[in-house]
Design a protein around this ligand. Sequence first.
Ligand code: NDP
Length: 295
Amino acid sequence: MAARVVDGKAVSAKVRGEVKVRVDGLRARGVQPCLAVVLVGEDPASVVYVRNKSKAAQEVGMEAREVKLPKDAHTADVVKAVRALAHDDSVDGLLVQFPLPAQVDQRAVVDCLPPEKDVDGFTFVQAGRLLRSEPALVPCTPAGVMRLLAECDVKVAGKHAVVVGRSLLVGKPMGLLLMGANATVTTCHSRTADLPGHVGRADIVIAAIGKPEFIQGAWLREGAAVMDVGINRGDDGKLRGDVHYASAAARASWITPVPGGVGPMTIAYLLQNTVEAAAARRDKRPPSTPIPGLR
Ligand code: NDP
């Protein structure tokens, strides 16, 4: 079987269009949605990510605010900047670009994010709501993967999904969302015995490892849907996913390319979470990322 290629750019454009309609609606009510991003230091990849997020926010009619701190900033400096944005009524979505320099206590920074503006879904409150299947701001990448599965009409309910990776940002929320959509979920990690065996039993494979071309096509069940979250830059400057694309594409039913698959969905759902946070705050209700297929 030759896999169909998931066009993440096209689906992302569709989601951004939906967000723009919501932004226009809020602006018509006199509300100007605003995304604020805190960047500490000048890590080149982080600088590009922040620029892309701001640009994407502006393109859908949001205000984008960047607060930059020097690379030698201390935890107290970052906390102070975050608290100021937390109390700023004109800010709807607030995120801190990770990774932070080693001297900054990441947990202390996350703990001062206000849950209702936590568009990355990192806080105890948002993570807890997701765990309890309550309305939540869900981490953007797994939310985007759920949308891609829905757009490709990949049925999730009753299917066996294998998530490789258990990070707070991707693997864990991914597993919860798939479970919430009635999949049977296996989560694998670096200590999993017989990873190829687990992957081979999956109808849906989500790769979120951070190791280039790690998952081999020969491991896959014929017809599995493959969502490759990994973004790995090689010495040649090229981006590669966590899945060996050519061999996987020969066996899968659907596969996401890298770049152009899951990546664009992450920014699209950041915008979705920001407009949702803006709307929910005005409507005095808990924000809730729209996720297809949840029970
Ligand atoms: P982390 O490093 O936080 O987590 C990686 C996970 O992979 C861990 O749970 C780890 O297991 C597991 N792992 C590592 N080695 C193996 C192995 N040999 N076999 C099985 N599991 C293994 O990474 P993230 O979750 O943050 O990101 C994963 C990838 O996704 C990266 O390439 C990242 O760049 C990319 N990414 C892409 C995004 C996008 O927008 N497309 C957004 C976010 C991330 P253990 O817990 O045991 O250590």
